[in-house]
Ligand binder design. Structure first.
Ligand code: ASP
Length: 426
């Protein structure tokens, strides 16, 4: 049944379908917040609805990344173009991440969130030893691509998909049939994505009610300044850095933010940028007009390595811990924090709470006490919501800029301001 038919239908379902998806998601978010605050921990009974939604989008990740990346590579037949897109993507990811951590450090200094916080009851958390760079790079090559897919190892799937796509391009006539098959498969997977995303407002509602019910105000108030600093930093970074970059490239930032809103809201409630990837890809292609090739290449990479929100959070938290424990940081320490937080954010998996584990790496790089991680742990989910949203918006921003620079941003789609993610029919 098409969306148009549903829209014309009188009755509650017709009225519901007539509301744009991003508005329905916002309704879910606000209602969930209210239900969580009113019912407290018992609001957790509806969490399974949220878990079902998360499972649904996770189900899409491996097939979506593989198929869309293969079609991304086959649509960019020119290897020079692929190299160019790759360099631009990684360059923009690194630049925006460094800007994010700088904003985090400035806010951590100006707002001094750790002043007056007592550190009682904090238990030390053992740091996780980071893997070496060489083993990380070698580990990118899957010894068994099917195992990489079944384990959900997105980076390995990315490597296999790029090589597979290149091989299709090099296979002449035989490759053409495979390319056509992948293009059809991509359409089917995008349709499946649309079906799962239809449930987003309900999933968002349930997850928000559970989060608000679990983290009541009593838990949040003592650390209100850290929360404020991270949220304010995310908003500033989105509007100043992303808004500024888009504006400089001649792209209307407000239209971009509206186009990415559904992905940001899903990231906010699921706290997983990898999990949000299917929604981010739909927003980029259907609302913003980024080509399939560019979004298939830039976004899966971003969901695993580009984490501006995580970097910003690590900047704020490092200063918070320094203030709580009265440690004086030198200018050299600040540089070390910028470097390690950038690397840590690249190494952070796009899953809930991963940034907290990497925080121990940043703290130990400048000799800050790891007990700090335990203080943050109590409220980490709330910080994770903001940073994951920023992570996802950042991926979308880079995809938009790269697409624009390659002449692959469909301005007719972008300017239409349509909310096409919510439409089930093509
Ligand atoms: N949850 C974040 C993400 O998925 C990672 C983090 O914990 O910072 O993007």
């Amino acid at each position: 049944m098409s969306q148009d038919v549903l829209k014309k239908k009188p009755g509650p379902l017709g009225a519901w379908n007539a509301i744009p998806l991003w508005q329905k998601i916002m309704i879910g978010l606000v209602l969930g917040l209210i239900v969580g605050l009113v019912f407290g921990k018992s609001a957790g009974v509806i969490k399974p609805i949220g878990t079902a939604f998360i499972s649904g989008i996770k189900m899409l990740i491996v097939p979506l990344v593989f198929v869309s990346l293969v079609t991304g590579v086959t649509s960019m037949r020119d290897p020079a173009k692929m190299g160019r897109v790759g360099i631009k993507t990684i360059g923009l990811y690194l630049l925006t991440t460094a800007a994010a951590i700088t904003i985090g450090l400035v806010l951590g200094t100006v707002m001094a969130p750790g002043a007056g916080v007592s550190m009682e009851a904090a238990k030390a958390v053992a740091p996780k030893a980071p893997p070496s760079l060489v083993s990380t790079l070698v580990g990118l090559i899957p010894t068994n691509p099917i195992a990489a897919m079944s384990n959900g190892n997105v980076l390995q799937v990315i490597v296999f998909a790029i090589l597979f796509g290149l091989a299709i391009n090099m296979s002449g006539k035989a490759g053409e049939k495979v390319r056509d098959a992948f293009e059809s498969l991509a359409e089917v997977i995008y349709k499946l994505t649309g079906i799962v995303i239809w449930f987003a407002p309900f999933g968002v509602f349930a997850l928000m009610a559970w989060t608000a019910g679990t983290y009541g105000l009593d838990l949040l108030l003592p650390l209100a300044m850290v929360i404020l600093a991270v949220y304010l930093g995310c908003v500033l970074h989105a509007f100043l850095v992303y808004g500024g970059a888009l504006w400089a490239a001649g792209i209307n930032p407000l239209r971009f933010f509206k186009g990415i809103a559904e992905a940001a809201a899903v990231a906010f409630t699921t706290t997983s940028s990898s999990g949000t990837l299917p929604v981010t890809m739909s927003c980029a292609q259907k609302n913003i007009g980024v080509s399939q090739g560019v979004s298939g290449f830039v976004l899966p990479l971003g969901a695993t390595i580009n984490m501006d929100g995580t970097a910003l959070y690590q900047g704020v938290c490092a200063l918070f811990v320094a203030q709580v424990f009265g440690v004086q940081l030198s200018p050299g320490d600040y540089v070390t924090i910028i470097l390690t937080a950038t690397l840590a954010s690249i190494g952070t998996a796009g899953v809930p709470g991963a940034g907290l584990i990497m925080l121990s790496l940043v703290l130990s790089s400048v000799g800050l006490p790891l007990e700090g991680v335990a203080i943050i742990a109590g409220i980490d989910r709330v910080l994770d919501m903001a940073r994951t949203s920023l992570n996802v918006i950042g991926d979308g921003m880079v995809a938009t800029l790269v697409a624009k620079s390659e002449g692959e941003l469909d301005m007719a789609v972008f300017n239409s301001g349509r909310d096409a993610v919510g439409e089930l029919e093509a």
